[in-house]
Design a protein around this ligand. Structure first.
Ligand SMILES: Nc1ncnc2c1ncn2[C@@H]1O[C@H](COP(=O)(O)OP(=O)(O)OP(=O)(O)O)[C@@H](O)[C@H]1O
Ligand SMILES: [Mg+2]
Length: 292
């Protein structure tokens, strides 16, 4: 079964789609089979990369079947190894449908156990930047959650209250049994400016969650750089857009560091080289890496 990462935050515009798309693009370039799922009702990830085969159906078929994806829900991007389930439904409709289902939190988790998923090494699920049943279902489907945080006081505060409250909310369901336990949450400092204030906020975040049982702040920091928006405009993965190997904070280097931190078994695999197989997820209190 694939390793599943959901990108969650209760704040919009923190970089969930940017990181999900670029990590997907890089892991696919490592040679891993990657499925990106756009579980945001505003379909940004769906449009991020060009597709060469658009499937007749998308996310709504996966959800309204109760978590039974079929082959005609899966589109193919122009990048080899990178497939997509696009978002295809207006917000109110799908949320209303989910609200009527008692098993709504388990639907995407069930989908991850479908035989179709055996073809993938990694599934990346992008979500909307606001609490909703679809976001919670995506959170419950994940082995780990990655939550980008911009090092400004509003984003850091929203992470510390809103996103952590969502995690606690999900784990209150753990009282009903192990089946309901969510994965751990990894905070990713994104769009970091080289200012004293940003550095101080990043340090506060690390300190605050240093002994949290289910939350860890990733070592990799993504700087604020024009390449991220420019690559999105060009519709290519950012590692391919800013390929400067000699500059430590180039998108090439930063995205490789992020991929290696999340998937230590890929350490020293580069875009374009062959990948090793990956397996079992780690936890927030692991010293290094999220997915071994
Ligand atoms: N590291 C970065 N440096 C500079 N700009 C960035 C960086 N990461 C993301 N951005 C820009 O920030 C904006 C918001 O990013 P993105 O759409 O990925 O956020 P999001 O969390 O998915 O938002 P939403 O909650 O609306 O879905 C985009 O214009 C993107 O190009
Ligand atoms: Mg988004």
């Amino acid at each position: 079964m694939p390793a599943v990462i959901s990108f969650v935050s209760t704040k919009g515009g923190v970089g969930k789609t940017t990181v999900a798309a670029n990590l997907g693009g890089l892991l696919a370039a490592f040679g891993l089979k990657v499925l990106a799922i756009d579980a945001d009702v505003q379909p940004s990830l769906s449009k991020f990369f060009p597709v060469h085969y658009r499937s007749p159906r998308g996310l709504s078929a996966v959800v309204t079947s109760g978590g039974k994806p079929c082959a005609d829900c899966i589109s193919r991007t122009i990048f080899s190894n990178l497939d997509l389930i696009y978002s295809d439904t207006p917000d109110a409709e799908l949320q209303a449908w989910l609200n009527r289902r008692e098993d709504r939190l388990m639907i995407l988790r069930r989908a991850m156990r479908s035989p179709l998923m055996e073809a993938y090494d990694v599934v990346l699920i992008d979500t909307q930047g606001a609490v909703g049943e679809l976001q919670k279902s995506a959170a419950m489907a994940a082995d780990i959650m990655v939550s980008p945080v911009k090092p400004d006081s509003l984003s850091a505060a929203e992470f510390a209250t809103g996103t952590i409250a969502m995690l606690d909310d999900l784990n209150r369901l753990a009282d009903f049994g192990e089946l309901f336990r969510s994965g751990d949450l990894l905070a990713l400092i994104n769009a970091h400016e080289r200012t004293t204030n940003a550095r101080a906020l990043a340090a506060v975040l690390r300190q605050r969650f240093s002994d949290h049982p289910k939350v860890r702040v990733l070592d990799t920091v993504i700087p604020s750089a024009a390449a991220y928006a420019a690559a999105a405009t060009a519709r290519v993965p950012v590692h391919d857009f800013d390929r400067r190997r000699s500059f430590g904070n180039s998108a090439w280097n930063v995205m490789h560091r992020l991929a290696w931190e999340l998937f230590p078994s890929q350490a020293n695999v580069y875009a374009g080289s062959r990948a090793h197989m990956i397996d079992c997820p780690l936890t927030a209190d692991s010293a290094h890496g999220a997915i071994a």
